[in-house]
Design a protein around this ligand. Structure first.
Ligand SMILES: C[C@H](CNC(=O)c1ccc(S(N)(=O)=O)cc1)Cn1ccc2ccccc21
Ligand SMILES: [Zn+2]
Length: 266
C-alpha cells in the first residue's frame, strides 16, 4: 500500500507519524481568513510577475497522488510580489475532491473551491537545484489558483486532460511537449494573498513562499471527472476496476498560527 495518501488509513491526519515536519508551525494549506489579511505597504504595487514560454511543458506523469506536468525552467521566471529573487518554474499539478463542494487545499473564509492548481517554482538565484531549494525556508514559490466549475471546458486545461487517458496508472508518463498558454491558466486579476508555508504533501518541508490568487479560473465538470479517473496504483496492482481511483488528493487547512497573511492587489 502507499506510504502516505488520501484514504482514511494513510491520509493527512496520519502523515505526522512518518513525516514529523507535517506537525510543524508553518504548514500549508491554510484557511485564508480575509479579516486577518493585512494590506500593509510592504507589498504596495509589488505585483507578481511571471513569464513562461508556451513550449516549456515537456512531460506529464501520474505520481500516484495526481498528475504533474514537468517543465523546462530555463526560460521561465517568477518575481515580484513577496519574492526577493527570481524563481524558475519546475512543475505544475492540481488538487481536487470527490465532489465539487471540496477539492481546493486553501480555503477562503471557510469556502472550498472544486480544485486548486499549483505552479511550483524554485529559487535558482540562491540555490543550485530544486531539491536543494526544497530544504530551504525561501527555496520554493508556489502560485495557487482556485478552480471553480464553469459551463464551458477550459481550452488550455483540455490539452492536459486529453493526455490523462495515457497515464491512468501510477508511474505512467507521456512525453508530450505541448504548447500551453499559461495566461489562460492564471486569473486576469493579480489580486493575491501571500504567507510563509510548506509543501502540502509529505515530507511537508517548510520551504514555500505561497501566493494564492483571489480570482478563480473555471474548469468543467467533465474535465474534473477526467482528473478523478486517475489511479493511485500501478498497472500491475491487480485490483477491482473501481478501486484505487484518485477521487480526492487535497490536504485540509492547518492553523495559520502567528504567521502574517498579507494581501495585495486592486
Ligand atoms: C519534496 C520533493 C517532492 N515534492 C514536491 O516536489 C512538491 C512540490 C510542491 C508541492 S505543493 N502541493 O505544496 O505545491 C508538494 C510537493 C522531493 N524532495 C525534495 C527534497 C526532499 C527531501 C526529502 C524528501 C523528498 C524531497
Ligand atoms: Zn500542490
Amino acid at each position: 500500500s502507499l506510504d502516505w495518501g488520501y484514504t482514511d488509513d494513510n491520509g493527512p491526519s496520519t502523515w505526522a507519524e512518518k513525516y514529523p515536519l507535517a506537525a510543524g508551525a508553518r504548514q500549508s494549506p491554510v484557511d485564508i481568513d480575509t479579516s486577518k489579511a493585512t494590506s500593509d505597504n510592504s507589498l504596495v504595487d509589488r505585483e507578481i510577475d511571471w513569464s513562461y514560454p508556451s513550449n516549456c511543458s515537456y512531460r506529464i506523469v501520474n505520481t500516484g497522488y495526481g498528475w504533474r506536468v514537468d517543465t523546462y525552467g530555463d526560460d521561465t521566471a517568477l518575481s515580484g510580489g513577496p519574492l526577493s529573487e527570481v524563481y524558475k518554474l519546475e512543475q505544475f499539478h492540481c488538487h481536487w475532491g470527490a465532489t465539487n463542494d471540496e477539492g481546493s487545499e486553501h480555503t477562503v473564509d471557510g469556502k472550498s473551491y472544486a480544485a486548486e492548481l499549483h505552479l511550483v517554482h524554485w529559487n535558482s538565484e540562491k540555490y543550485s537545484s530544486f531539491k536543494e531549494a526544497a530544504s530551504q525556508p525561501d527555496g520554493l514559490a508556489v502560485l495557487g489558483v482556485f478552480m471553480e466549475i464553469g459551463n464551458a471546458d477550459n481550452a488550455e486545461l483540455e490539452k492536459i486532460i486529453s493526455l490523462i487517458p495515457k497515464i491512468i496508472h501510477k508511474g505512467q508518463d507521456s512525453q508530450a511537449s505541448f504548447d500551453l498558454d499559461f495566461g489562460s491558466l492564471l486569473p486576469e486579476s493579480k489580486h493575491y494573498w501571500t504567507y510563509l508555508g510548506s509543501l502540502t504533501t509529505p515530507p511537508c518541508n517548510e520551504c514555500v513562499i505561497w501566493t494564492v490568487f483571489k480570482e478563480p479560473i473555471t474548469i468543467s465538470e467533465r474535465q474534473l471527472e477526467v482528473f478523478r479517473s486517475l489511479k493511485s496504483v500501478g498497472e500491475e496492482d491487480a485490483i477491482e476496476p473501481e478501486e484505487g481511483k484518485l477521487v480526492k488528493n487535497y490536504r485540509p487547512p492547518l492553523p495559520l498560527g502567528n504567521r502574517v497573511l498579507r494581501e495585495c492587489g486592486p
